[in-house]
Write a protein that binds this ligand. Sequence first.
Ligand code: HXC
Length: 268
Amino acid sequence: MESPFKADILKGKVGLITGGGSGIGFEISTQLGKHGASIAIMGRRKHVLQAAVSALQSLGIHAVGFEGDVRKQEDAKRVIESTFKHFGHIDILVNAAAGNFLVPAEDLSTNGFRTVMDIDSVGTFTMCREALKYLKKGGRGRNSPSGGSILNISATLHYTASWYQIHVSAAKAAVDSITRNLALEWGTDYDIRVNGIAPGPIADTPGLSKLAPDEITIKALEHLPSYKIGDKWDIAMSAIYLVSDAGKFVNGTTLVVDGGHWLRNPRR
Ligand code: HXC
């Protein structure tokens, strides 16, 4: 689908996307790149990163991949420094790396709970804090009069409660708090905007195939006439809005992009 944004809306910007090699993270990388940004992607799997970087480069996007795990502070630091060395500045950080699996709370070990908290919540905080010196107004390498922008990928499942996702619900609730608190502190002190996106069910993502397998999705479509599945494109367009000057007065918001899904109850 054609983008409603000008192709150069992010010209000259550098974006670092964790989990940028696949799913929603890859689509955000692609669309930020197509709108003029240079892209660094961070991920754990070398072959996924290589394939993603090649795909971005084949679209004419300046792209580079760095292996790393957001749970490791030394990886976060190294990847952010490498991005800075490669491109000379960092303007946008997108935290899209996430871990997930369905498990009843009574079968979830403390380590399983902690693992998802570590990836989604602690990882997001670590990346933000390590990137701060580059993103802040007047920060290292900055040639822009304003600060940079952070985008945290969240979810809607913690607005109510979700079966078999206590770990993810807790982790995404923490992500939303991180978004608001950093928006307050860093928006005030450093002119950095920090926002989030809470996607609903999105086609062709690990989230949908793992958390709402075909049989559940088909049932939902049969029983909930209002059940809709979005596209990765929908999330990426919202990302462009939030990280570009189109969203320059938006700070501390987590934008729900789900077609109204979380509001809906079955019609009786
Ligand atoms: C129960 C599980 C489990 C499962 C792992 N664990 N998978 N417990 N059911 N299916 C437990 C393990 O037993 C272990 O605890 C602990 O978690 C760590 O597991 P590891 O396999 O050692 O961890 P690791 O290799 O680091 O992998 C972490 C991972 C990750 C979270 C499992 O591999 C993963 O899920 N990757 C998928 C990435 C992904 O799908 N991303 C998209 C997310 S979609 P013990 O006690 O045994 O040591 C998304 C959407 C959210 O985020 C919103 C949707 C609505």
